[in-house]
Design a protein. Structure first.
Length: 278
């Protein structure tokens, strides 16, 4: 559903796409209703896109490219930038780093990391958050989160390490069926050659050591081989570049990883938990 407040908060890519689409539509002598008929959307949807009341979806951008693009690839290239406009404000800068990263080291303590979420899990998680979001915003965020998965198959390949707390695997999000599919998806991800997935067991602190006590973190290696740390506590964001601080986080991550189950043991645990939900 289009919302008036979106007109004021729309990002630069969304505004540019709206202006270009309107200009090209008018050059072709099409009404909003006529353009909508050609791209499979209502006149109201076209109007909402042109006024930035509702950002263009991936599906609409593909259709706009076919009808208005004249083979230039304008709307096709705009898709990734419009997606960024849809992310929460605190995440927009980081997602650009994530998309270009040559390496990621991730530690998730509460829920499955966004890169590894299924669509159903993400929808249940985002839709069940607080404060409640309108349905159209939930769908925007789910679509944007799923688009991040392109990183797994990108060339050049990105190497991704992730440590998940065992509690993440046992916490049901959505329904037992949703959670089972999520666990099976994690198992498939763990078999990728560019992914190392480990589980930090619930009893890792029995000997008095628990390196993960200070919470989640994401470590990024950029194409220039700079190393950064990203933290996101309570919808805030913090990007750390100071070498001494980054080194301290890297050492902590290494300790967390050393306390986790090995990749094969972790995969076995995930598969057993998925089987328990049948």
């Amino acid at each position: 559903m289009a919302r008036a407040e979106n007109k004021e908060t729309a990002g630069p890519a969304t505004r540019l796409v709206a202006e270009i689409a309107k200009m090209l539509r008018e050059q072709m002598g099409l009404t909003q209703e006529e353009l909508g008929a050609k791209i499979g959307f209502s006149a109201a949807a076209v109007s909402a896109m042109e006024t930035c009341a509702q950002p263009a979806s991936d599906e609409m951008l593909v259709a706009l490219e076919r009808v208005l693009g004249h083979g230039l690839g304008i709307f096709e290239r705009a898709r990734s930038y419009v997606r960024i406009d849809k992310y929460p404000a605190q995440f927009k800068n980081y997602v650009l780093l994530e998309q270009r990263a040559v390496g990621l080291c991730l530690y998730a303590t509460l829920v499955v990391h966004g890169l590894f979420q299924t669509e159903a899990y993400a929808r249940a998680l985002i839709g069940g958050g607080y404060p409640p979001l309108p349905e159209h915003r939930v769908e925007e965020l789910v679509e944007a989160r799923m688009a991040r998965k392109a990183l797994f198959d990108r060339e050049p390949v990105a190497l991704i390490e992730v440590v998940l707390e065992e509690s993440v695997l046992r916490r049901t999000i959505g329904s037992p069926e949703v959670m089972r599919d999520q666990l099976l998806h994690l198992a498939e991800c763990a078999k990728r050659r560019n992914v190392t997935l480990q589980v930090l067991p619930l009893d890792c602190g029995l000997l008095g050591e628990y390196a993960g006590a200070r919470g989640e973190m994401e470590m990024v290696e950029t194409p220039d081989h700079d190393h950064l740390v990203y933290l996101e506590p309570q919808d805030e964001s913090l990007l750390i570049s100071d070498p001494a601080k980054v080194s301290a986080y890297a050492q902590r991550y290494a300790k967390i990883r050393s306390q986790a189950l090995g990749p094969r043991e972790s995969l076995g645990l995930i598969e057993r938990l998925a089987g328990d939900r049948e």
